[in-house]
Design a protein around this ligand. Structure first.
Ligand code: PGA
Length: 255
């Protein structure tokens, strides 16, 4: 059984005060949630404050990026050990915004994933095709290549611990969510690739869908057999909205 995992990706949003007020409103709303892993991926500048505020709760702290080297002359970069020091459990790597706006390539992402595993954190590795690639029927080719490249340095014995997020670029921040069927189709493909690459461990890897996930569509997405969680941007910024996402079972009953 793969435990559901829902991650908030705040991107470049929230000051310390805003983040603290989110956490204070969010935690009481999810106090009774069980069997769902909840992760907040917040800007580097507020990891410390959010981490302090989450103490005693089951919510996990995550970074949105990391540098693969342990230390050195890498101005403005953040190392795995620094994230571990602040209590981070996860870091997102290979988000499409990093790939497209900052030119990050698969091997750089693979090095980050390996560094995280080596330093006691777990990577949430993102993959996904652009609109042009989907229209050109290249989705499986692109996602397959990203998976192969980005996971190339994950040791087989650690594979079960990682998280893979499928985020079609055309669905991110656009309000245009993939239908549950489209998402499931790509997730099933990703699962096949992971099992081929890692054997039985590939069946244990949790797969998140991301791209305009909202309280209104989370239940149908989460009901798909190969969707084990969601990676949420816009709808995770408001505590009530993210609490509704985390309680996706209840959202289904009300629909
Ligand atoms: P969105 O972003 O939920 O705002 O579409 C998702 C993501 O980029 O992780």
């Amino acid at each position: 059984m793969r435990r559901p995992i829902l991650t908030a990706n705040w991107k470049m949003h929230k000051t310390g005060a805003e983040a603290v007020s989110f956490v204070d409103e969010f935690l009481p709303r999810i106090a009774t949630v069980q069997d769902v892993e909840i992760v907040l991926a917040v800007p580097f500048t507020i990891l410390d404050r959010v981490g302090q505020r989450l103490k005693g709760s089951a919510v996990q702290l995550a970074a949105q990026n990391v540098h693969p080297e342990e230390r050195g002359a890498f101005t403005a970069e953040i190392a795995v050990g620094m994230l571990a020091d602040l209590g981070c459990r996860y870091a997102i790597v290979g988000h499409s915004e990093r790939r497209s706006l900052f030119g990050e390539a698969d091997d750089f992402i693979a090095r980050k994933a390996a560094a995280l595993l080596g330093g006691g954190l777990l990577p949430i590795v993102c993959v996904g095709e652009s609109l042009g690639e989907r229209e050109a029927k290249r989705t499986f080719e692109v996602v397959g290549r990203q998976l192969e490249g980005s996971l190339a340095r994950v040791p087989e014995g650690r594979a079960a611990e990682i998280v893979v997020a499928y985020e079609p670029v055309w669905a991110i921040g656009t309000g245009r969510t993939a239908t549950p069927e489209i998402a499931q189709e790509v997730h099933a493909f990703i699962r096949e690739q992971l099992v081929e690459r890692f054997g039985a461990a590939g069946a244990q890897i949790r797969l998140q869908y991301g791209g305009s996930v909202k309280p209104e569509n989370v239940y149908a997405l989460m009901k798909q057999p190969e969707i084990d969680g969601t990676l949420v941007g816009g709808a995770s910024l408001d505590p009530e909205s993210f609490a509704r996402l985390v309680t996706f079972e209840a959202q289904g009953e009300s629909q």
